[in-house]
Every structure is written in structure tokens, then in C-alpha cells.
Design a protein around this ligand. Structure first.
Ligand SMILES: Nc1ncnc2c1ncn2[C@@H]1O[C@H](COP(=O)(O)OP(=O)(O)OP(=O)(O)O)[C@@H](O)[C@H]1O
Ligand code: SF4
Ligand SMILES: [Mg+2]
Length: 400
């Protein structure tokens, strides 16, 4: 049984402005010792999915409106607040995207860390303090004995992030959810923190869900990746497989939009044209349709589900042999993924029904026009190797 099992999770925000369809039926599993990366553009539901797992959605607007979240044998959506308080920290910890939201501004770092450790472990105050010092040292805080007496506002953003990481590690949770844990850190500290997270999974079997915009970080750190778009998981695969053989047009676009070390100097990146859909509108059809060069008429009407590439294949949801699944009516072929455009003769992206722009603000193909991730279709089709997909990660050995 997986350590964490999320099934058909639906999260909505009911606001004065209307309903926000933030998470629209997301399912995934995480095993002990596994590191799962969660990537996707800003606003696609990465943080909300994980706040829902932690039962920390901002109330009353944010609610789980469907699905199940199981941690070991507990359904977290039905757990009492007392049960959740006990689980949070001891078994599941989260490093939040904004460290100030989870540090108490009127308590010193010592008070907060010692209190957290003592709330979950039978240790003396002195032992808890020593553990706090050790952890602060591990995350690269200089003079931790002295810094313990500081208040959160005495620290820079990057230092606060490290304190948060130390607090999350304090209890050696079974599952650590790290939401953009290194964004505020400089590269040296970033490397230290990532190494620390890596050690946790290999030495202690901690499962890690790593949310990040940085595809370089997920390439090096994770065994498996979920790509999210507009509140859906649109593609999932072991990390080397996803980098080598992306199939969803959005993943193809994402991989074309990051720099490569071997690109010729001055080589422009290929952005994904258009913007994500407004989540205040109920999803109809595939959410990527307004931006997609591969779309078929059905894409405007019916949303695809996440399915294995080979119909009828046995589905494995975790580990290095996890089944590559994609939510798409017309996935990119290997050659198309490299070119960043459909290459089939005469293929034209289906225009929107009634000729309107659909739900998103992206480019829309006119009859006879091909939509690609570059300005020019022929240019995309002719892209030589160096302009194609980024190399798969150097390590073909994922952690698990
Ligand atoms: N408190 C809230 N009230 C209303 N809508 C919200 C609230 N919090 C998040 N949302 C909406 O839910 C959607 C998903 O947001 P989420 O924070 O999960 O995005 P994200 O993928 O984490 O983005 P980022 O990469 O910028 O952190 C967005 O459309 C966002 O506007
Ligand atoms: S081909 Fe269709 S289903 Fe696939 S991503 Fe494009 S619009 Fe969505
Ligand atoms: Mg976020």
C-alpha cells in the first residue's frame, strides 16, 4: 500500500467573485522513500493540492469537494482536527512556499523549534534545544546557538526558509511536502538544502513531494514527475522517461522553454504561447486546447482522462517502473516532441467551435494554419537536435 494515496481530489474556492475550479480530479500515489516532483505553470494547483492533503486549505473559501486522501490507512479528509494536528509534523510535514505564513512572528526560533519537537517527541527541553541547534547547522545557519534567540524578522527571506526546512526536518516525518523550498535561496545554499533532502530519502526512507518551477531541480532530485495544468495532472512518468519521451503537448512546450547548456549562444527559448485558462470557469474539454498545436475537434468538447500510452497496459502508480500516462486525445510522437510541433502531413489544429477563442487567451488556429511553439511551423519542423528537447537527466538511476 502506498504511503500517500490521493484519489479524484477536487478542490474549489467559493469566493465573492465566483467559484475557482482549483483542483479537478487529481489522483496520485507516493511510496516510502520515493521523491515525486510536481511541476506546472503558476496557478495550476500545485500548492492547493498539497494544502488539501495537509487539510490546511484557507477556510471558509477553500474546500475539498470530492475524492479521498489516504495516508497509510487514515482517510485525511475525514480525520478530526486533533488527529491532523498529531499527524502534521510527526508523520507529514510541509515546507511552505511563503515561510512567514508558518513562523510565529512573536516567538523566538528557539521557542518555536523546541515547542514543536517537544510536542511530538518525549525529550527534555535541553535535548530538544540540542536537536534544534543540530538542525539549524544542517541547513547552513551560521552560529546556530546564538541565532536560536532571534525572532523570525531578524532573518532574511532565505534564512527564514532554512529555519522552516529545519523545523520540517526536526521530527523526521514519513512524508515531506516541499513547496518551492529553494526559490529564495542562493545557489550554494540551494545545493546544500537539496542534498539534505536527498539524504533524507536515501538514509531515512522519507518520501518527498517536491513542488518546483525549476525543471533542472526536478531532473536531478526526483524519481517521478506529475505535470499539472489548470488543476489537472496531464502527464506522469518516471523522471528519465518524461524528459526523454514527453508526450503531452504541454510537457513538450515546457521542455522546449528551458535553456540547455549546449544550445548555441543567443539561441532563443521557445515560450508556450498564450496563458493558462481562467480557473473561475468550469472546465469544458481539454484545458490546454486554446494553446495546443495538436488539438482535434473532440478536444474542445471532452476532457481526456489520464491513461497509459498503451491501451490496456497494467498501471503501476509508483516507483521507477511507474506507468507513463498522459491525458491527451492526440499525444505528440517522439519526432514531434523533438520538433515542438505536429509533423503529420496536412495536420491542422482544430479551430474552436463557433470560431471564438475558447476558454483561454492563447493563440487560435485559423483554417489552414498550424499552431506551434515557435513563430514559424517550417522552422519548428526543421529544428536540428540542439534546438530540440533538453537532455534527459544525467542520472538514469532515479532514487526509487
Ligand atoms: N485563498 C484562495 N482563494 C481563491 N482562490 C485561490 C486561493 N488560493 C489559491 N487560489 C487559486 O487556486 C488556483 C491554484 O493555486 P495554487 O496556489 O495551487 O497555484 P500554484 O500551482 O501553487 O502556483 P505557483 O506556482 O504560483 O505557486 C489559482 O487559480 C489560485 O488563484
Ligand atoms: S491534443 Fe487535445 S487533448 Fe491533447 S493537449 Fe492538445 S488539446 Fe488537449
Ligand atoms: Mg504554489
Amino acid at each position: 500500500m502506498a504511503l500517500l494515496s490521493v484519489r479524484d481530489l477536487v478542490v474549489r474556492f467559493r469566493t465573492h467573485d465566483g467559484t475557482v475550479y482549483a483542483v479537478n480530479g487529481v489522483s496520485y500515489d507516493v511510496e516510502e522513500g520515493e521523491t515525486l516532483g510536481l511541476v506546472g505553470e503558476s496557478g495550476c494547483g500545485k500548492s492547493v493540492t498539497n494544502l488539501a492533503v495537509m487539510q490546511l486549505l484557507p477556510r471558509p473559501a477553500g474546500r475539498i469537494e470530492g475524492g479521498e486522501v489516504r495516508f497509510e490507512d487514515i482517510d485525511l479528509t475525514r480525520a478530526s482536527e486533533a488527529q491532523m494536528r498529531d499527524l502534521r509534523g510527526r508523520d507529514i510535514a510541509m515546507i511552505f512556499q511563503d515561510p512567514m505564513t508558518s513562523l510565529n512572528p512573536v516567538l523566538t526560533i528557539e521557542e518555536q523549534m523546541v515547542e514543536t519537537i517537544q510536542a511530538h517527541r518525549a525529550v527534555t527541553r535541553r535535548e530538544a534545544r540540542e536537536r534544534a541547534i543540530e538542525l539549524l547547522r544542517m541547513v547552513g545557519i551560521p552560529n546556530p546557538e546564538l541565532r536560536l534567540g532571534s525572532f523570525p524578522h531578524h532573518f532574511s527571506g532565505g534564512m527564514r526558509q532554512r529555519v522552516m526546512i529545519a523545523m520540517a526536518l526536526a521530527l523526521e516525518p514519513k512524508l515531506l511536502i516541499a513547496d518551492e523550498p529553494t526559490t529564495a535561496l542562493d545557489v550554494t545554499i540551494q545545493a546544500q538544502v537539496l542534498e539534505l533532502l536527498q539524504r533524507l530519502t536515501t538514509e531515512r526512507g522519507t518520501a518527498v513531494v517536491l513542488i518546483t518551477h525549476d525543471l533542472g531541480v526536478v531532473a536531478g532530485m526526483t524519481g517521478r514527475i506529475n505535470v499539472m495544468y489548470a488543476g489537472f495532472v496531464v502527464e506522469t512518468a518516471p523522471t528519465p522517461e518524461l524528459f526523454a519521451h514527453p508526450r503531452h503537448p504541454y510537457t513538450v512546450g515546457l521542455l522546449h522553454s528551458i535553456p540547455r547548456l549546449d544550445s548555441p549562444e543567443g539561441e532563443p527559448l521557445i515560450p508556450i504561447e498564450g496563458t493558462p485558462p481562467d480557473l473561475r470557469r468550469a472546465p469544458v474539454g481539454c484545458p490546454f486546447a486554446p494553446r495546443c498545436a495538436w488539438r482535434l475537434p473532440a478536444c474542445w468538447e471532452t476532457g481526456p482522462s489520464l491513461e497509459p500510452l498503451e491501451a490496456g497496459a497494467t498501471i503501476r502508480t509508483t516507483g521507477p517502473q511507474a506507468t507513463h500516462r498522459v491525458s491527451c486525445w492526440n499525444p505528440a510522437t517522439a519526432e514531434e516532441a523533438v520538433a515542438g510541433a505536429p509533423l503529420r502531413d496536412g495536420f491542422v489544429a482544430a479551430p474552436p467551435p463557433g470560431g471564438s477563442g475558447g476558454r483561454g487567451a492563447g493563440p487560435v488556429a485559423e483554417e489552414g494554419e498550424r499552431v506551434v511553439f515557435t513563430a514559424d511551423a517550417d522552422e519548428a519542423a526543421a529544428l536540428p537536435g540542439a534546438h530540440g528537447l533538453p537532455e534527459p537527466p544525467a542520472t538514469t538511476e532515479p532514487w526509487r
